[in-house]
Design a binder for this molecule. Sequence first.
Ligand code: 13P
Length: 253
Amino acid sequence: MLRKKLIAGNWKMNGLVREGTELAAAVAAGVKSESLNDKCDFLVCPPFTLLSIVGEALKGSGVALGAQDAHFAEKGAHTGDVSPVMLKDIGCSYVILGHSERRADHGETSALVAKKAAAAYKSGLKAVICIGETLAEREAGKTLDVCVAQIEESVPAEADADNTVVAYEPVWAIGTGKTPTPADVEEVHAAVRNALAQKLGQDIADKIRILYGGSVKPGNAKDFLSLADVDGALIGGASLKAEDFLNIARAVC
Ligand code: 13P
């Protein structure tokens, strides 16, 4: 089963116009000049304020543009929110949904994430649906149960390999420099693919990309991305430096 790897950067709430433009330009230039997207797909997800300008910088590079959240409605009285139609209109092809920071900071539930994903599909956006256990859940031995339940509840029935990417991001590994072992990651990804098969059928599940996220760096990227069910990375901190992001890609693409 050939799944092209996806190397995705989540800039989170970082970057002003100048540094965002420079970072996007450097990523675009690196990917293009080294033809890195022959072997991998690329995605950059800046904050809303930089989408337009980063989209310009990425043009013609083969690096896709994504947002970090979207509302489920197309438009209307939702102060402070941004709709998937707006994101599509501005040049996004992806949107990250259900990141653990949104689940924690904004109380997003898996049911809400599924609703947002279904709305994203309707607007022609692909959803990167995030799941992952907390440290307490891992220590209680509940990792697989939590991740499987999040898949069941966060992934809509309309999901397929073209409109959906799943990202497994253990909450305790995000921004901490701590990571699960490759064997741990392999076990969770296999369970996630199995849960996707239960929900969507084996054929679709075999084609959906499952990314690992959580303290991915140039030095450890290969350890995770060479595992059977790991189809790319969702990178936070290391995506804020073009050389780190590109070195992760160079290690695996
Ligand atoms: P870090 O790579 O900074 O650990 O962040 C991972 C993440 O949350 C990506 O969405």
